[in-house]
Structures are given as structure tokens and as C-alpha cells.
Design a binder for this molecule. Structure first.
Ligand code: TXA
Ligand code: MG
Length: 343
């Protein structure tokens, strides 16, 4: 098994040392745990793809400690320049309002971009994010370079929101796991493509279209890469099966079938079992509540851990109650549809 260490000045220094030598460190961010490597080194980044068994046409997000460094990777200066393209102004505004935080920007790669070609899968765009988690920020600063970091799970599995999930999914393929507790957001960052004619949300997350509109002073469209043979998604990762439990997921359930586990949202007063009786009689191993009060933030933070907990061979599937398609519910439902194989 890989080493799991609590965050101390010593373990942070050890982690930075591993990264400088081209190794892999799993670290907490506010969204999910990341599998980090030196973003400037093709050799280090190659280890990420190998550890995750991830196809190398699926590019990675590079994490920076400061917005100015993230924007500089796209050749965007701190102050507006004469004759610059509109995406530079969008990026500056979004960086100001939402970084550090759960937002990733896809930008045209700058001339002096430090991110290596393998991290961007050879594309002419780069994905950049400034995480808010203090451990992530400290690690980037100590390593002295941007960190390429996908979610710290094997490709196709549910993203990890705790150090134990990372260990279960990647085992000894990672040199060190920095244990910084559970992730507060619990869903991967919102991915916004600014490389086209208009901003476009490629992956929904905690920063929503409603949050973006007043900042950009325009409505922002979404393209979550739903399966469609004629249509080429702009985010390569969105075509791949993701967040996949090993048993079937049944969405918008209004009752629970024999042998099924229940993932509930809000009150379960009216949830019945097909075999008779109420969902409240299910044992704790068969019923997890995303949020009893219907709080979407609480539900997002619980989603991946609860899907993992219910994903057991003794269950025939997981019945999931309806989650409203508003605010953070949009991102929760997108993950649930993928888990159900519907997107
Ligand atoms: O919250 C997060 O974003 C976490 C933490 C660790 O920061 N990271 C994460 O990375 O979720 P990953 O690799 O699991 O997802 C990155 C997504 C993928 O869907 C990938 O295809 C897309 O971002 N992406 C990366 N670079 C891109 C690019 N240049 N153009 C389009 N999509 C890109
Ligand atoms: Mg991932």
C-alpha cells in the first residue's frame, strides 16, 4: 500500500520533494482529491496516465497557487492589453471572482506556457485552476511548479473525496497520499471553455451558469458532452464513461425494489418498498441520505462517498431519489446520469 500521511510541515516537505523528483502525490483540494505530478515534465505526467490507466488523449488540469500564474500560462497579463482577444477579459474577470475555487478555465496555450505537451494531450489549449484548499496551495508553492492533477481515482471510477478512497482506488501506484480530511465541495470543478467565440460550460460544478452570468454580463451556455455520434464534444474527458459504480443506478426512483439500496434526498416519508413497508425500515447499509433537509451543498459533498458505500455486490442496484435540476443540483444530476450510464 502507498503511504498515507497526515498533513504536517514534514509530510508537505516530503511530498514536494517527491514531486520535484518526478513522483506522484495525492493531495486534497476543496473539490476532490487530485493525483499530482510536476506539470512541466512529460516524464512525471506520463506516470499519472499510467497510474490511472487513463487514455493520453484526455488532457489534465494544471493547478497553480496564484491566479496571475494560471493566466500567464495562457499568455494573459494581469492588466488588460491593447487589442487583446475577448477571452483574456473573460478569464481575468472569472479569475477575480472565482479563484481560488472550484473552477477550471480552458484557454489557448500561451507562448511561454510551462505546462508540458503530455499534460495538454498535445492540444493548443491548456486547462488551469487555482484551488482554494490550503494544502493544495502550500504543496504547489513548496514544489515550486504547477501541478497536473486529475481526480485521484483509476480511470472510469468515482472521484475520491477522502484519502481512504484514493488508497482503495490507486493502492501503491501513488508515492504518497496527503490526508487532509473530506473534501468540502465533493464534486469536480466547473470546467469553462474560453477558447471559442463564447464561454461554454463543459462540466457543471459548484460554480454555476447563474453565478457566471452577472460576472461575464452574458448568459453562458453549457455542453456537457452527452453521447451523440454526430457531435464531437470539446472536452475529451466528457465522452468517457465516468463515475461508474459496478451495480445499476436507477434515477428518479419513487420506490425501492427488492434487494435495491436507496440513495435518498430530502424526506423519505413517502418512499415505500415494493415488497411492502417503508424505506425507513431499510438497514443503514442499504440506505444513505444525501441530505435529509434537501440541502444541495450537503448532497454534493456526500454524493461520491455514499455511491461508493452503497456500491456493494449484495445489492441489486441503487435507487436514487429525484434531485432538483437547479443550482448545484445540475452538477449532481450530471454525475448521477453518468453513473447510470445515461450520459
Ligand atoms: O475538481 C477538479 O477539477 C479535480 C481536482 C483534482 O482539481 N480534477 C479533475 O480532473 O477532475 P480530471 O482530469 O478528472 O478532469 C478534467 C476534465 C476532463 O474532463 C478533461 O477532458 C477536461 O477537464 N480537460 C482538461 N484539459 C482540457 C482541454 N485542454 N480542453 C478541453 N477539456 C479539457
Ligand atoms: Mg476524473
Amino acid at each position: 500500500m502507498s503511504q498515507i500521511k497526515p498533513v504536517t510541515p514534514q509530510s508537505l516537505a516530503q511530498a514536494a520533494d517527491i514531486l520535484k523528483k518526478g513522483g506522484l502525490v495525492a493531495f486534497p483540494t476543496e473539490t476532490v482529491y487530485g493525483l499530482g505530478a510536476d506539470a512541466t515534465s512529460n516524464a512525471a505526467v506520463a506516470r499519472i496516465y499510467a497510474a490511472k490507466n487513463r487514455p493520453d488523449f484526455n488532457p489534465l488540469i494544471s493547478h497553480f497557487a496564484a491566479a496571475k500564474d494560471a493566466l500567464a500560462a495562457a499568455g494573459i497579463p494581469e492588466k488588460p492589453a491593447q487589442g487583446e482577444r475577448p477571452h483574456a477579459a473573460w478569464a481575468r474577470k472569472l479569475a477575480h471572482y472565482f479563484w481560488p475555487g472550484p473552477m477550471t478555465l480552458i484557454l489557448p496555450k500561451g507562448k511561454n506556457c510551462p505546462v508540458c505537451d503530455l499534460a495538454t494531450s498535445g492540444l493548443d489549449t491548456v486547462a488551469v485552476r487555482v484551488p482554494a484548499h490550503p494544502v493544495a496551495r502550500d504543496l504547489i508553492i513548496l514544489a515550486g511548479r504547477p501541478l497536473a492533477a486529475p481526480s485521484a481515482n483509476a480511470s472510469g471510477e468515482i472521484s475520491p473525496t477522502s484519502p481512504a478512497h484514493v488508497a482503495q482506488s490507486l493502492g501503491d501506484k501513488v508515492d504518497l497520499i496527503l490526508a487532509g480530511g473530506a473534501c468540502s465541495v465533493g464534486l469536480e470543478s466547473t470546467v469553462i471553455d474560453l477558447s471559442g467565440d463564447a464561454p461554454l460550460i463543459l462540466r457543471p460544478g459548484a460554480v454555476t451558469a447563474e453565478d457566471l452570468a452577472p460576472v461575464l454580463e452574458m448568459a453562458v451556455a453549457s455542453d456537457f458532452g452527452v453521447k451523440d455520434a454526430a457531435h464531437k464534444p470539446r472536452s475529451p474527458g466528457q465522452t468517457l464513461r465516468h463515475y461508474a459504480p459496478s451495480i445499476p443506478i436507477r434515477l428518479r426512483a419513487v420506490d425501492v425494489a427488492e434487494g435495491e439500496a436507496l440513495l435518498s434526498f430530502g424526506s423519505t416519508r413517502f418512499m415505500g418498498l415494493r415488497s411492502g413497508g417503508s424505506a425507513d425500515s431499510l438497514p443503514e447499509t442499504m440506505h444513505k441520505s444525501l441530505s435529509r433537509t434537501g440541502d444541495l451543498h450537503e448532497a454534493a459533498a456526500n454524493l461520491f462517498a455514499m455511491l461508493r458505500a452503497l456500491d456493494r455486490p449484495e445489492h441489486t442496484g441503487i435507487a436514487v431519489m429525484d434531485v432538483p435540476e437547479t443550482g448545484l443540483g445540475i452538477a449532481i444530476n450530471e454525475r448521477l446520469r453518468r453513473a447510470a450510464g445515461l450520459a
